[in-house]
Each structure stands twice: as structure tokens, then as C-alpha cells.
Design a binder for this molecule. Structure first.
Ligand code: AHR
Length: 516
């Protein structure tokens, strides 16, 4: 029998949950289409693969003799998942690993390749079975641009010069070596990084010293047989504006791009769990992620001083969340789970990058598989797609599309210290007559009604895909690979009147609308 007391309790509960349901933000988004606006370079959607943990071995590569289904050694489930993302560019072999990597150890018959210790990442023995040929062939399968990171910290000028020759020359001693290794035609190589984190694991240089080293190394990286290099200097970490200043001043004219690394980590000594966090931890992570806007803007201002025509690109070639490694996994392998919070970080970051398309020409989320904010996680023959993967999938239409500048007026979902985490973030672009609008509602408790002033953009046909979950720390795992997946958005939740589109975003959700 139900007592009257419990009935009162139940109705109070219903009333308060109804109030919770009613709690709603209202935001406006005004599209400002312009013929002059820039293209969102597809390289903004670049990926990073390092010899670190199981990113390469187990994640991308299992070898031809593996019982795991593979195409010439590359695991098929991962290949197929990545093809859906239209990966435009892949950075390799590191990261910190790059400055200890000697490429000649990774060519020729695999049984003859020497081993090495991966000193940066857990002291794992590297057998060099995935090397230059394996990487460039992978890029061909994925139809993406390779981005090679050269060893400056512990390598030589000759070593890097010969690597470029091995990859790109039609003839000569290095080309002969490549041919002996089964590859007749050279590959194309555009993006060439001259070292990585040269202020840290890449050699602990001062910017003044590295600027000179950079100038010397890049001199000998030749352009063979019509191959055109885009030379990238190792850039600053986060708030190190002096590094960018010195590099631009002393070496700006010798580079096509300079990198920047920014990880979403609140406290490097206490990174916190990827899956166990509360609402405060959620908003603090988003606040840190949003900090990238100011950081990029400041580096851009420095670059504008030395390069007002914006010839040199700022390349955020490492970004993403960095949490504690999952309990029970190998220390130094940086294997972390990926929740709806990570998806939010991905969407907010990409929305920010879109606003810097005049200077930010490439970004690389770290990393593609099994490391940090990964697209896919693998365990033996199983693979799961992460919430971050789904954001990259939803954002594919923005690749190489024309940016539609916009204005957002939104309340804060939460204040973190003095910084507002906006309830609504938005980005829009147009390609082949289709307008794509991506909207994020960061708010954990409130839905957000967004009124979009389309400013003449056609919206005769609208469809959408949405990513959300019951909890901010929900994730996909090997036992439950589909806890968070993309769903079709019910367009009954849209209203269109007088050139304005009104959409109600569920709490903590990411929506991409397609209009034509
Ligand atoms: O992505 C992991 C590591 O983070 C990279 O190797 C290094 O460049 C950065 O410190």
C-alpha cells in the first residue's frame, strides 16, 4: 500500500523534476554569410600518431600475420572507422619519440631491423616493424597528407636530409634504397616538422639557439623532383609567447609554419580521472579547454607583428585532453577513456579553431588511437569508437567548407573562477550549397533554446545528428561499445519562422544541422 506521505513525496519530486525540465537557457546565433570569408582548411581536422603505448602497435598496425583482420598489416576495423572521418593529415612518428627516432632503423626487411628502447614512453622495446614505408603506405590507404616530424634533438642534419630524399627523390642513392625496399615511385611529402617540443623533450633548447638550429636543418631539406615542402618549426607550449617572438624574429622567413601545443589539463601534477569526475570537474575542464582561444589569439598577435601578410601558419599540432592513465594500464602509455566531456572539448576546440582560419592552418588532436583523446580504442580484436570520434564525424562537412561568420549571444552555463563557460557555442560553414551549423549546449542541467537568424541562408530541407548521453561521464567501453552514439535529430524539435530557426538543444549535447 502507498502511504499518503510517500504520495506527497512523489508529487514533490515530480514537481521539482518538472521545474528542472523547464529550466532553460535562451541564446541567439546570427549568421553573417560573406563571399569573402575564408575556407576552413581540412587540415584543421588533422590527426597525430606516435610510437607511444598502443597507438601504432595494436591500434593501427597488427602486422600481416595477425589473426586480427587486417589489410597488409593495418587493422581493418580501425581503417574503416578512420575512413569515415576523412582524415586529411596524419602526423608521425612523434611527439617526443620523433627526437629519438632514427629512420634508417625502420626500413628494409623487418627481421633485420634493430630494436630500440622507447625512453619517453614507458621504456617499451620498439622493434621498428612500423617504419617509413608502412607509414606512407597507410597515408595512401587513408588518402591523407603525411606530416613527418624530423629528429633534431638526437639526430643529424644529414639524417633528416636523407630521409626527405628517401621519400621524395626519383633517383639517387636514397631513391635506390627505397626501390630496394619495394617502393619504386617516390611518395609526396608536404608537411615536414623540424623537431618537436624543442624547448623540452626535443632537446631543451633556448629559442635563440633553436632558431639557428632550425635555420641550418631546413637548409638541407631539399625539394626533389617537384616535391614542395611546407617547413614547420617546433613552436611554443601554451603560454610561452617569448618562444614565438624569438622564432618569428630570428627564423620567420625560413619557415612556412610554426607549431603550438595546448593540452586541456588543469593541473599537470594532478590530472584527474578521465571518467570519475563531478559537475565542477566537468566545467573546470571546459574552462581550461576554452582558454585556448586567448592563447591562440596572443600567439597570432605576435606573428602579425613579424608576418602581417599571414604567410606563416600557426599549427596547433598537439591538442586535446590529458587525464590520468586508466588504472591497470601500463604507465607511460597514456591510455585514457573518453567521455561526453571529451566530446565537448573536441567540439568547443574545433569551433574556436574555425574562427582563426586566417592564421591557424592545421591542428592535430592527440592522438588517433589508444593514446590521450583518441578517436578509437582497441583491445585485442575489439575496437570502440569514442565520443570524440563522433564529433569528428559530425564535423566532416566543415572540412574545406567556407566559414560562415556568426555572432552568439548566450548566458553562461557556469562561471569557473572569473571565466564564463558559455551555455551555447556555435560554428557554421557552407559547401556545395549545403550549410552546416554545429551547436553545443554545455549546460548539464538546462536545455538551451537557440534562435538562429539565418540571414537569408536557405533552409528548405533540414536534417541533423545529435550526440548526447544520460551522464557527462558516460563512455563507450569494450563491454558496452554503443553507450554513446550519434542519433538522428528529430526535426520536430525545430521551428522556422520569419527567416529564424529555433532549435531546443537537450542538456549537454552537440548537434549538427544540415540545411539546403
Ligand atoms: O602527445 C604526447 C606527448 O605530448 C608528445 O609526445 C609530446 O610532444 C607532448 O609533450
Amino acid at each position: 500500500m502507498i502511504s499518503s506521505k510517500s504520495l506527497i513525496g512523489a508529487s514533490l519530486l515530480l514537481a521539482s523534476s518538472a521545474m528542472m525540465l523547464q529550466a532553460q537557457n535562451t541564446a541567439t546565433v546570427t549568421l553573417q554569410p560573406s563571399e569573402k570569408s575564408p575556407i576552413i582548411e581540412k587540415e584543421i581536422y588533422g590527426q597525430f600518431s606516435e610510437h607511444l603505448g598502443t597507438c601504432i602497435y595494436g591500434g593501427l598496425w597488427v602486422g600481416e600475420n595477425s589473426p586480427i583482420p587486417n589489410q597488409n598489416g593495418y587493422r581493418l576495423d580501425v581503417l574503416n572507422a578512420l575512413k569515415e572521418l576523412h582524415v586529411p593529415l596524419l602526423r608521425w612518428p612523434g611527439g617526443c619519440f620523433a627526437d629519438e627516432y632514427h629512420w634508417m632503423n625502420g626500413i628494409g626487411p623487418r627481421e633485420n631491423r634493430p630494436t630500440m628502447v622507447n625512453n619517453n614512453w614507458g621504456g617499451t622495446v620498439e622493434d621498428n616493424s612500423f617504419g617509413t614505408n608502412e607509414f606512407f603506405n597507410l597515408c595512401e590507404i587513408l588518402d591523407c597528407e603525411p606530416y613527418l616530424c624530423g629528429n633534431v634533438g638526437s639526430g643529424t642534419v644529414q639524417e633528416l636530409a636523407e630521409w626527405v630524399e628517401y621519400i621524395t627523390a626519383e633517383s639517387g642513392p636514397m631513391a635506390e634504397l627505397r626501390k630496394q625496399n619495394g617502393r619504386e615511385k617516390p611518395w609526396k611529402l608536404k608537411y615536414l616538422g623540424v623537431g618537436n617540443e624543442s624547448w623540452g623533450c626535443g632537446g631543451n633548447f633556448t629559442p635563440e639557439y633553436y632558431a639557428n638550429v632550425y635555420r641550418r636543418y631546413q637548409t638541407y631539406c631539399r625539394e626533389f623532383d617537384g616535391n614542395k615542402l611546407y617547413k614547420i618549426a617546433s613552436g611554443a607550449s601554451d603560454y610561452d609567447y617569448d618562444w614565438t617572438e624569438v622564432m618569428m624574429k630570428n627564423a620567420g622567413r625560413y619557415m612556412d609554419g610554426i607549431s603550438l601545443h595546448y593540452y586541456t589539463v588543469e593541473n599537470w601534477n594532478k590530472k584527474g580521472s578521465a571518467t570519475v569526475f563531478d559537475t565542477e570537474g566537468y566545467y573546470r575542464t571546459l574552462a581550461k579547454c576554452l582558454g585556448i582561444k586567448e592563447v591562440v589569439a596572443k600567439h597570432c598577435r605576435i606573428m602579425d607583428k613579424y608576418d602581417p601578410k599571414k604567410r606563416v601558419g600557426l599549427l596547433v599540432d598537439e591538442w586535446g585532453t590529458w587525464f590520468d592513465e586508466e588504472p591497470g594500464t601500463i604507465k607511460g602509455h597514456l591510455f585514457q577513456q573518453n567521455t561526453l566531456r571529451d566530446a565537448m572539448v573536441a567540439a568547443l576546440s574545433l569551433n574556436i579553431f574555425h574562427t582563426f582560419t586566417d592564421r591557424v592552418k592545421m591542428t592535430n588532436i592527440a592522438q588517433i588511437a589508444n593514446v590521450l583523446q583518441a578517436m578509437v580504442l582497441t583491445k585485442d580484436d575489439q575496437m570502440v569508437l569514442t565520443p570524440t570520434y563522433y564529433v569528428f564525424k559530425m564535423y566532416v562537412p566543415h572540412q574545406d567548407a567556407k566559414l560562415i561568420p556568426l555572432k552568439v549571444n548566450t548566458p553562461a552555463a557556469q562561471m569557473v573562477d572569473d571565466h564564463a563557460v558559455p551555455a551555447v557555442s556555435a560554428t557554421a560553414s557552407v559547401k556545395n550549397g549545403i550549410t552546416t551549423i554545429s551547436l553545443v549546449n554545455t549546460d548539464v542541467d538546462k536545455t538551451s533554446e537557440v534562435i538562429i537568424d539565418l540571414n537569408g541562408v536557405s533552409a528548405k530541407k533540414i536534417s541533423g545528428e545529435i550526440l548526447t548521453a544520460a551522464n557527462i561521464n558516460d563512455y563507450n567501453d569494450f563491454g558496452q561499445p554503443e553507450k554513446i552514439t550519434l542519433k538522428d535529430f528529430d526535426t520536430k524539435n525545430l521551428k522556422i519562422k520569419d527567416g529564424k530557426l529555433t532549435v531546443t538543444l537537450p542538456t549537454k549535447s552537440i548537434l549538427t544541422l544540415s540545411l539546403n
